[in-house]
Design a protein around this ligand. Structure first.
Ligand code: CTP
Ligand code: MG
Length: 234
């Protein structure tokens, strides 16, 4: 069984907020689909041994695209929530890789990931006991409001971060943390939350601000701009 580094890509969402005619991972971005950018950026990193992608069972788009990647690619069905999609992918990965394999879970909807950010994550965490994730420090002043939008407090932004992906944990630890969250009906919106839920302490690693998650239609233009900048055209 191989260990090393594998990627898991949850791609089973419907992209409701994008309000497009297809899930956002199948939208065109420059010369490729969003999902092709994402997969190729992971696959082209020399340390990534393979990818497991979670696709919705009723997804009619995936069979129509032919994604060429330079590493093994396995496809599983997604689940109702992102964490279920990730868990399905980890079940598959357990048949392919050793328990101590590092898994980088990365959103299909983040096509601008830099090799440099993957490098940062690997070098910061490879010798760590638990693992961690890429994130960005919060720059704005942060307020908490009541349900009717009245400000209740201003929150000290020091030590506040926006979590992004990849999130990198050991296969067996991540799988059992996600299973525990599911069994106890805890909704986790990222892998780190599941790890925290079982009492472990993930590490935050600062990434680049261009690793955006495509969520609404204006994000596509932004992603295109970031790609041009990454090529030195910006
Ligand atoms: N995802 C998944 N399985 C789900 C829900 C989401 O694999 N049941 C994936 C999405 O495909 C995406 C990533 O998780 O790559 C991050 O989720 P998000 O940005 O919320 O995507 P969507 O759920 O598709 O978008 P929306 O919330 O607007 O519907
Ligand atoms: Mg969603």
């Amino acid at each position: 069984m191989s260990s090393g580094f594998w990627a898991v890509v949850p791609a089973a969402g419907i992209g409701e907020r994008m309000q497009s005619d297809r899930p956002k991972q199948y939208l065109q971005l420059e010369d490729k689909l969003v999902i092709e950018h994402t997969l190729q950026r992971l696959a082209s990193h020399p340390e990534i041994k393979g990818i497991v992608i979670a696709i919705a069972q009723e997804d009619e788009w995936w069979p129509t695209v032919s994604v060429v990647v330079s590493c093994p690619l396995y496809v599983v069905h997604g689940g109702e929530q992102r964490s279920h999609s990730v868990l399905n992918a980890l079940d598959k990965l357990s048949t392919l890789a050793a328990d101590d394999t590092w898994v980088l879970v990365h959103d299909a909807a983040r096509p601008c990931l830099r090799q440099e950010d993957i490098d940062r994550l690997l070098s910061a965490l490879s010798n760590h006991d638990v693992g961690g994730l890429l994130g960005l420090p919060v720059n704005d002043t942060v307020k908490r409001t009541s349900n009717d939008d009245v400000i209740m407090e201003t929150i000290e932004r020091r030590n506040l971060w926006r979590a992004s992906t990849p999130q990198m944990f050991r296969l067996v630890i991540l799988k059992s943390a996600l299973q525990a969250s599911r069994e106890q009906n805890i909704t986790v919106t990222d892998e780190a939350s599941a790890i925290e839920f079982v009492g472990l302490e993930p590490v935050m690693v600062e990434g680049h601000a261009d690793n955006i998650k495509i969520t609404v239609s204006t994000d596509l233009a932004l992603a295109q701009l970031f790609m041009q900048q990454q090529r030195g055209e910006g």
